[in-house]
Design a protein around this ligand. Structure first.
Ligand SMILES: [Zn+2]
Length: 254
């Protein structure tokens, strides 16, 4: 069993899921947390293409590990309704983001329990919160949606400014022409602080989680750290080193 597991880990380690090594390890760690029943669902395909090698690996391993693997369309983006952007333009902007991330509107999920699969299916239908299906704290999921809504709004405003118009048809045409504008993600500072404080978290911590000594994030970070340190101690050390290096680099000299 131990040998079988170490073989699984070395196979998993050889599969590339992202251009950024830390994100790649977060993907793997989320998968392992589902295997250990410490996280309700693992998902890939939101912000990156789903690698065929990973799908093959999951199809092979799921019967042995008692996992359910399935694909769905992308769950509705909860932040679309929150942004002050005309709906047709909001959709065209996120479509453009999807194209630049090479995602194909399909998400691959791994769950261990039937109730977790049901939670995912409800989220895909827009009947439940995606953050709950993924096991993320509600405070951080809300902060994520607020950040994304603000980003969408900033992107829209930058586009209106560069086109010198806020007419829907002019803006949609500019998006078709693939004209890009600069609009930084408003959560950049929290991304850096999350990496340094909660290196194992696969999501961005909200301000309240970053500011308090005890938070849903510190609990989850510790759980994910334990999962990885137990199964692959070398990988756990690497995640810490990568996250600290990235947060130092991103945080400048402050
Ligand atoms: Zn939070």
């Amino acid at each position: 069993m131990r040998n079988a597991f170490s073989q699984l880990l070395s196979e998993l380690e050889g599969i590339s899921t992202s251009d950024i090594p830390l994100i790649e390890w977060h993907h793997k760690l989320c998968f392992l947390a589902v295997v250990m029943d410490e996280k309700p669902a693992f998902a890939i395909g939101f912000d990156e293409p789903v690698p065929p090698r990973l799908v093959h690996f999951l199809d092979q391993q799921s019967p042995l590990l008692g996992l359910k693997v399935f694909s769905t369309k992308r769950p509705p983006r909860e932040y679309l309704k929150m942004a002050d952007v005309p709906p047709a333009i909001a959709l065209a902007i996120v479509d453009k983001w999807d194209r630049s991330n090479r995602t194909n509107h399909s998400v691959t999920w791994v769950v261990k329990r039937e109730d977790c699969k049901e939670a995912v299916e409800r989220a895909v239908k827009g009947e439940a919160r995606l953050g709950d299906a993924l096991g993320y704290p509600a405070c951080c999921a809300e902060a994520y949606n607020a950040d994304r809504a603000l980003h969408l709004q900033m992107y829209y405003q930058a586009l209106c400014k560069s086109e010198g118009s806020n007419s829907t048809s002019v803006i949609l045409k500019a998006l078709e022409k693939n004209e890009s504008v600069k609009a930084e993600l408003p959560s950049a500072q929290r991304v850096i602080r999350t990496m340094s404080r909660f290196s194992f978290l696969p999501f961005i911590a909200c301000q309240s989680c970053l500011d308090s000594p005890e938070s849903p994030c510190s609990k989850r970070n510790e759980t994910y750290r334990r999962v990885l340190a137990t199964l692959a101690p070398g990988a756990a050390r690497r995640v810490l080193i990568m996250a600290r290096a990235m947060s130092n680099y991103g945080g400048g000299t402050k």
